[in-house]
Design a protein around this ligand. Structure first.
Ligand code: TYM
Length: 330
């Protein structure tokens, strides 16, 4: 069932507003891959987001807001399939099937599970989260998965499941490849550069949102935690705060880190941070502008159309998968 068509799949949770880490680590590749691959399929993974406690109204609003942001960053619904995971029940069906070949020990080793279970409490959905993620990717038989560095372990599990499934039931799934950017695969918190920038960090100063105003961006970068020295250098061990800002700067300016270090090494952190902030503002302004122009009803319509198409495609895969595992017919 492997085909010549090269397909991309990725997903994002509709929890809170999207931040710089999401964009640099993953979404910018989502956009780019629209030009490089035959098919790109992107999903707002609302079922995944239910694994931690949430407010129903806020959650419902966040789904649409996330869809809007994806359109604003440049996901083109005429070239990419975009939909809500919950609208395509085949994801959950395949997750069940994959669950039957997933070891408990393997799930217990997932660091994201351990972190989230510590904070939000354990539940079966959180525990089997990576199996649903594998199902997302495999129901579309994707070849490439653009994600940030924090999804590495989940992708490894997906690849294990592909090998196990194909060995047992026949060559159904291609082995999906993880795609991460060279620079910025792990954008760190502005307040603690040893932990990643995250939607769930209680301190809003730790992140920059894609829709933040220029003044907020300037303030957040100015107050980013660095170190007590004055020389700008790229050294993650000694200067994680500055190294994080250098990666962000390099991403938004399109310039090499070495070049930036040459230009900003002397002259102090103040001047450096101002330049970083301006580069980020230049990069995010078009996104914020497009976001404001998008109409909710139109976005809802795009998501509905996407779900119809995704359901049909996922069902075509499921017919093959059901046959392979012995569930076809009556
Ligand atoms: P989520 O919603 O937490 O994040 C969406 C994407 O953003 C990346 N990301 C980062 N990249 C760099 N630096 C950061 N600080 C940073 N924070 C987040 C994430 O790596 C991700 O690519 N489990 C996934 C969603 C998912 C999925 C899938 C992804 C569900 N099914 C299938 C790919 C394929 C998640 O929680 O991403």
């Amino acid at each position: 069932m492997t085909t010549e068509v090269k397909r991309v799949f990725s997903g994002i949770q509709p929890t809170g507003e999207l931040h710089l880490g999401n964009y640099v680590g993953a979404l910018s590749n989502w956009v780019k891959m629209q030009d490089e691959y035959d098919e790109t399929i992107y999903c707002v993974v609302d079922l995944h987001a239910m694994t931690v406690p949430y407010d129903v109204e806020e959650f419902h609003a966040a789904r649409l807001q996330t869809a809007k942001l994806l359109l604003a960053v440049g996901i083109d619904p005429d070239r990419s399939l975009l939909y809500y995971q919950s609208q395509v029940p085949q994801h959950a069906e395949l997750a069940w099937i994959l669950g039957t070949i997933t070891g408990i020990g393997q799930l217990e080793r997932m660091t994201q599970y351990k972190e989230k279970a510590d904070k939000a409490g354990q539940n079966l959905g959180l525990f089997s989260y990576p199996v649903l993620m594998a199902a997302d990717i495999l129901v579309h038989r994707a070849h490439a998965v653009p994600v940030g560095d924090d999804q590495t372990q989940h992708l490894e599990l997906t690849r294990d499941l592909v090998e196990r499934f194909n060995h047992r039931f026949g060559e159904i799934f291609p082995l999906p490849e993880r795609i991460t950017p060279e620079i910025g695969a792990r954008v760190m918190s502005l307040q603690d550069p040893t932990s990643k920038m995250s939607k769930s960090d209680p301190n809003p100063n730790s992140r920059i949102l894609l829709v933040d105003d220029p003044d907020v961006i300037r303030k957040r970068i100015k107050s980013a935690v660095t170190d007590s020295e004055t020389t700008v250098a790229y050294d993650w061990d000694r200067k994680p705060g500055i190294s994080n800002l250098l990666e962000i700067f390099s991403f938004f300016s399109g310039r090499k880190i070495d070049d930036l270090v040459d230009e900003y090494a002397e002259g102090g952190y103040g001047r450096f941070k101002e330049a970083v902030a301006e580069a980020v503002i230049d990069g995010l302004t078009p996104i914020r502008t497009r976001y404001k122009q998008l109409d909710d009803a139109e976005v809802a319509h795009i998501m509905e159309r996407g779900a119809l198409d995704a359901r049909a495609r996922a069902e075509r895969s499921m017919v093959e998968i059901r046959k392979a595992v012995g569930l076809a017919g009556y």
